[in-house]
Design a protein around this ligand. Structure first.
Ligand SMILES: [Zn+2]
Length: 245
């Protein structure tokens, strides 16, 4: 299988439990034997973000990794703190939003293209790009955020403040915003930013729209509601994005 390394946890004295997102089988959890004890066994091939070709041996209880070939280490990501923080945010989201052994080539392609941008773009991408990637991952995971019509009535969203409710699936018209418990107010600018993110070309970070604090908060709330928890990496990447310059 071809896969992106999402991360690992130590297992016993010498092994690692690897989390991978594969093209062929969706998210895979597999034991890498002796990955901790012997650096020679896998070298840097199981480092986070790496794109690998790996053999998978299916055992009774859990899959085990066989030979692993490194296709692309994406070393450019590690040259910069913001790129690293964005990549960590992406792999955490992929780990939580994907399902084991459920094929999702679209999500795999999105993950690889996003890591390529983080590896190669002349300047680190901005917040708009990161949020657009998050929305893309959510959509490919079946958690699309509705930004066109009202999610309750399908009508146009023309009066402001309109609303945003994670539980309802996204944007609400002013009428439905008034009756939805826990609905956050949504300004015209917020709605335009959300639509800009949904339509953004992820291969062109410079062309992604700027994003204000309200939209950042709405997306965080949407992720938390649908994924069941806050992303651990969110506050660090946010703090880097808030640094001046
Ligand atoms: Zn409505």
């Amino acid at each position: 299988m071809t896969a992106v390394v999402l991360g690992s946890v130590d297992l016993g004295e010498s092994d690692r439990l690897m989390h991978l997102l594969s093209r062929e089988r969706g998210r895979v959890t597999a034991r890498a034997r002796h990955a901790r004890r012997s650096r020679k066994r896998y070298g840097g091939r199981l480092d986070r973000y790496s794109l690998v070709r790996a053999q998978l041996r299916l055992r009774r209880d859990r899959a085990a990794l066989g030979e692993v070939d490194l296709l692309e280490p994406f070393l450019g990501i590690r040259t910069d703190l913001l790129r690293t923080a964005m990549a960590d945010h992406l792999v955490e989201l992929l780990r939580i939003a994907t399902h084991e052994e459920e094929e999702c080539p679209e999500l795999f392609g999105l993950a690889v293209r996003s890591l390529e941008v983080l590896d190669r773009s002349p300047e680190p991408p901005g917040e708009g790009w990161l949020r657009a990637v998050v929305m893309g991952v959510l959509e490919a995971s079946g958690l699309a955020l509705a930004v066109e019509g009202c999610c309750a009535c399908g009508g146009l969203v023309e009066r402001f403040p309109a609303g945003f409710a994670a539980g309802a699936g996204g944007v609400l018209c002013a009428d439905h915003a008034a009756t939805e418990p826990g609905c956050a107010p949504l300004s015209r600018v917020d709605l335009e930013q959300l639509r800009g993110l949904a339509a953004a070309d992820l291969a062109d970070p410079g062309g992604c729209p700027a994003v204000g604090r309200p939209v950042r908060r709405l997306l965080a709330r949407f992720c938390e509601f649908h994924l069941g928890r806050q992303l651990r990496t969110a506050s660090f990447v946010d703090s880097l994005l808030d640094e001046p310059g």
